[in-house]
Design a protein around this ligand. Sequence first.
Ligand code: SF4
Ligand code: SF4
Length: 161
Amino acid sequence: MEALLAARALLENATPLKGDCGRVCGAACCEPDEDGKGGMLLFPGEEGLYDPLPEGFEITPAPDLPGALLLTCSGTCRREDRPLSCRLFPLLPKEKDGVIRAVRDRRGYIVCPLLPDGLSAFDPGFRACVVRAGEILYADPDHRAFLTALHAAISALKEAL
Ligand code: SF4
Ligand code: SF4
């Protein structure tokens, strides 16, 4: 929980662009699906921060990542209620050869207009916060295992396309 809280705090105010990137796209990543819901994976233990659940939220097993939980929302939330996945989006920390980097989250290509422009499209301060959050998360065995499984699932998705 300590690692999770530290990562969430790092990304409390850091955002992909210096301004509000939601103005670029009408906050496409918060847009609910045809059932009126949007969903983001919870990091291990994060469900404990949603008890009691804020109005409009629901927690269900994640269909694509065994053992993980999905937080669904109604398309709006209070800033402090955003789960870590939303705070990191559309980047993710990834470890390779002992080095943590910020990488683009391939799952976001269908919604986020910033992703095709490469990492240089993002505010350097935001990228640095994603890396720092990654260093904290990868140092914790549960979060390391979660991120490793998540990146494997994303790679499998890429190969299936
Ligand atoms: S889809 Fe991309 S540009 Fe739009 S609000 Fe989300 S992160 Fe920002
Ligand atoms: S939890 Fe909040 S930031 Fe995340 S998708 Fe829902 S409305 Fe958007």
